[in-house]
Design a protein around this ligand. Structure first.
Ligand code: PMP
Ligand code: GLU
Length: 398
């Protein structure tokens, strides 16, 4: 049989985070007793006032195509959000609403990457950045960060990674998978490095900005260094903050020429994002914001429990995060102890088989020796998972 699949696509890996969540769901459907800590999505329901806005939109007949780049109402709501929360001012032509922040990043890479252009991606990275770069014809330049520096890219590391071919730097804060966030000073220092290289753009993936409990307020690169405004693309959306993963609404805010190029790609691919979801997202940004605090408090409580519990497990070391909903422990002590387990990928399979707990291995995040556990689930479920892992691991450390 002929092989019809394009060469480029053969080099791309399927999303590991989605693969683990799907595998856990499949095992559960088959009647297996599995706790899924793979999924990166809030367990909360979308707040009622947001759902009501969607129902209203359906009843009002908002069921047709919208403008490719988003409804004027949603764009105004995003402009309000960016001003209110991030202290940056954007015009409608500097915004593109897409089918999730993931789609925004995909559009961005395809809009700016020429063959062979380099995209600087610090480890541990969200699994999709390198493969999306590859699909856009770019070259991922992976820069390894260390646990000693809270898995954050330093200005010196960034300066050393930039070459004449560098087109884009990907920043994600708070980070998936580490939960660490850049301080304003750190972000500014990275921005200063970028300032010196006029050919370099920066994407700041801020999707976890509302799930953050660090000391100082989160910084926004455009607010901190307005002179970089024409080279920064802010990526954000409603998925994580408002528990709206299934609605698929994200956005990019950036310089008009880049946004126009992204809109062109979108006009030839998905057209507009779902009209009903856009009405819901408008209500999310314009409506009461107390739901953000309730969810954040729950995530913080779960974080505190899970990090402490992980550090009680033999062979496991886990640092504290200050945002997102993932714990990212070092599991090299476990790998060294289990004869049949050679790495984090094998350990994840082992944990699924021996403890009935689904976690994502660190390797697809560019961090072998680690695993990612999502704490976007109740404390009771987390307690059950920790008990199972303790029971499975302890005998091997006797
Ligand atoms: N960036 C990061 C770091 C993420 O974890 C996610 C979650 N899937 C996204 C972007 C995309 O979010 P969405 O497409 O659901 O808006
Ligand atoms: N961002 C989430 C995660 O990392 C959702 C899955 C995905 O889009 O990769 O698990």
């Amino acid at each position: 049989m002929s092989d019809f699949v394009a060469d480029l696509v053969k080099q791309v890996k399927p999303s590991a985070t989605i693969a683990v969540s799907m595998k856990a769901a499949e095992l559960k459907r088959a009647g297996k007793d599995v706790i899924g800590l793979g999924a990166g999505e809030p367990d909360f329901d979308t707040p009622e006032h947001i759902k009501a806005a969607a129902i209203e939109a359906i009843q009002a007949g908002q069921t047709k195509y919208t403008a490719v780049d988003g409804t004027p109402e949603l764009k105004q709501a995003i402009i309000g959000k960016l001003m209110r929360e991030n202290h940056v001012s954007y015009q409608p032509e500097e915004l593109l609403v897409s089918c999730g922040a993931k789609h925004s990043i995909f559009n961005l890479l395809n809009a700016v990457i020429n063959p062979g252009d380099e995209v600087v991606i610090p480890t541990p990275y969200w699994v999709s950045y390198p493969d999306m770069t590859l699909l856009a014809g770019g070259q991922a330049v992976i820069v390894e960060t260390t646990a000693d520096h809270a898995f954050k890219l330093t200005a010196a590391q960034l300066a050393a990674a930039i070459t004449p071919n560098t087109k884009l730097v990907m920043l994600n804060s708070p980070s998936n998978p580490t939960g660490k966030a850049y301080t304003q000073a750190e972000l500014k220092a990275l921005g200063e490095v970028i300032k010196a290289h006029p050919q370099v753009l920066v994407a700041t993936d801020d999707i976890y900005e509302h799930i953050y409990w660090g000391q100082e307020p989160l910084g926004n690169l455009v607010a901190l260094l307005p002179e970089l405004r024409e080279r920064v693309i802010i990526i954000n959306g409603v998925s994580k903050a408002y528990a709206m993963t299934g609605w698929r609404i994200g956005f990019a805010a950036g310089p008009a020429p880049i946004i126009t190029a992204m809109r062109k790609i979108q006009s030839q691919s998905t057209s507009n994002p779902c009209s009903i979801s856009q009405a819901a997202a408008t209500a999310a940004y314009n409506g009461p914001q107390d739901c953000l605090l309730t969810m954040k408090a729950a995530f913080k409580e779960r974080h505190d429990y899970l990090v402490a519990a992980l550090n009680e497990l033999p062979g496991v070391q886990c640092g504290e995060g200050n945002g997102a909903f993932y714990a990212f422990p070092n599991v090299t002590g476990v790998i060294a102890q289990l004869a049949e387990v050679e790495d984090d990928v094998a350990l994840s399979t082992w944990l699924l088989e021996h403890a009935g707990v689904a976690v994502v291995p660190g390797t697809p995040f560019g961090a072998p020796g680690y695993v990612r556990l999502s704490f976007a689930t109740s404390i009771e479920v987390l307690q059950d998972a920790m008990q199972r892992m303790e029971q499975a691991l302890r005998p091997h450390f006797a």
